[in-house]
Design a protein around this ligand. Structure first.
Ligand SMILES: [Mn+2]
Length: 414
């Protein structure tokens, strides 16, 4: 018994040094191998650098994170067909007084911690990059970034290729471990939504709901919002990216709550539209049911091979057609013109994840389905958004446990 306790204690002491997301280092290695397989040249990524004042929250660049899982600042990555090198900055006593101990290439455990066989100090980057040019003509980097400027001065005569375009297709298909991470972010976000709903009483402020949301998110161990929460009541519900969240809410209004957590670098993205005071008015319910009907019709059409966006017969068009063929505005016009944004986007390490706009769907893609109707002259905005996994024969709604049927929502508010 004492031995067991000693082992647990030792494990507890060692754990912080190897604290990592639920995704094992071996999976990051597999991702790099996939990228290397058909590479005729190099992929060069600069990890996020540290805020000079050491006060900003550090978040690793998303492509860098996808390929390494590495969350310390100032690293660089060089991948060729035959090699992969992680470059780390040296220890800096002054910085580490503020940030705590970091890992550097000269540490004896740097390979074990990073999962790279080749870990070098960052001043070797230039010479290794020049060597890597022999491996093939293509050089991929993140364009329109500081990386591009830095590389252009080093590689004046090379044309840089679009690194995000190279990595994006890999990021589009989620692994089992990533799906588990996304499900966790979804689960925490759903619990946080329910807590926020309890604060939607007449006279309360939008930020009261945000406070309740935030408490659950942090309490469950997630590090941040996936994006600034949108809690828009009444007229604010028709402003697509409203995020001031300062207004006092009145009975009889609906509130658009578009909020989600980021947990272990994975995002969720959920919207519900909730009545202040617990009951939708007849008109709110009418609009709500049209949005819900459009969303269900779209989700029902999701399966591998289906087109999400495009000219005709797409999932996006199914939602639009549904809205246009149900209900009317105050002038007797169809409601399609009040659906003023796209139907959805990929979700992953970024809330609007890499891989471009969703087109032909494949198993393992994770994306949102989020139709909405926003009628400013009626002060009604309704959006319903779920995160959906494309399965081998259809779709699994990862955020299905959060009520969206109007009767169920009203019941949850009692
Ligand atoms: Mn979204």
């Amino acid at each position: 018994m004492r031995i067991v306790r000693a082992i647990l204690l030792l494990g507890g002491l060692l754990w912080p040094a190897f604290l990592h997301s639920a995704i094992p280092l071996s999976e990051y290695h597999q991702r790099r191998e996939k990228l290397r397989k058909d590479l005729n040249g190099s992929v060069v990524l600069f990890g996020q650098r540290e805020d000079r004042e050491l006060i900003g929250r550090f978040r690793q660049e998303s492509n860098f994170y996808y390929l390494t899982g590495w969350t310390e600042p100032g690293a660089r990555l060089l991948i060729t067909h035959d090699d992969e090198i992680l470059f780390l900055p040296h220890h800096d006593e002054r910085v580490e007084r503020y940030t705590g101990r970091r890992t550097s290439a000269e540490d004896s455990d740097s390979k074990e911690k990073t999962g790279f066989q080749n870990v070098l100090p960052v001043e070797k980057f230039e010479s290794q990059l020049l060597k890597a040019l022999d491996s093939g003509p293509e050089v991929y980097a993140l364009l329109h970034s500081r990386d591009e400027d830095a590389l252009k001065s080093l590689l004046a005569f090379r044309e840089l290729r679009d690194g995000e375009g190279k990595i994006g297709p890999l990021r589009r298909i989620k692994s089992k471990a990533e799906i588990a991470e996304l499900q966790r972010a979804a689960d925490v976000s759903m619990a946080a939504h329910r807590a926020a709903w309890n604060r939607l009483t007449p006279g309360a402020h939008e930020y009261d709901a945000q406070a309740a949301f935030t408490e659950v998110m942090l309490d469950r161990g997630c590090e941040d919002y996936a994006y600034p929460p949108i809690i828009g009541s009444g007229p604010n519900g028709t402003v697509l990216h409203y995020e001031a969240n300062r207004r006092r809410m009145d009975r009889g209004e609906v509130v658009v709550i578009d909020a989600a957590a980021e947990c272990d670098y994975y995002a969720s993205d959920i919207t519900r539209t909730i009545p202040v005071g617990g009951k939708y008015s007849a008109r709110e319910r009418e609009i709500y049911e049209i949005v819900l009907g459009a969303q269900k019709a779209a989700i029902a059409a999701i399966k591998p091979g289906a087109m999400y966006y495009g000219e005709t017969g797409t999932i996006s068009q199914i939602a639009k057609d549904y809205i246009n063929s149900h209900g009317k505005d105050q002038h007797g016009e169809p409601l399609g013109k009040y659906f003023t944004h796209g139907l959805g986007h990929f979700v992953g390490i970024d809330v609007h994840d890499a891989g471009g706009v969703p087109l032909k769907l494949e198993e393992g893609m994770v994306l949102t389905v989020e139709p909405g109707i926003y009628i400013p002259e009626e002060n009604i905005g309704v959006r319903i958004e779920d995160v959906v996994l494309v399965t081998h024969d259809g779709a699994r709604v990862m955020t299905a446990a959060l009520p969206k049927e109007p009767t169920e929502v009203e019941k949850a508010l009692q």
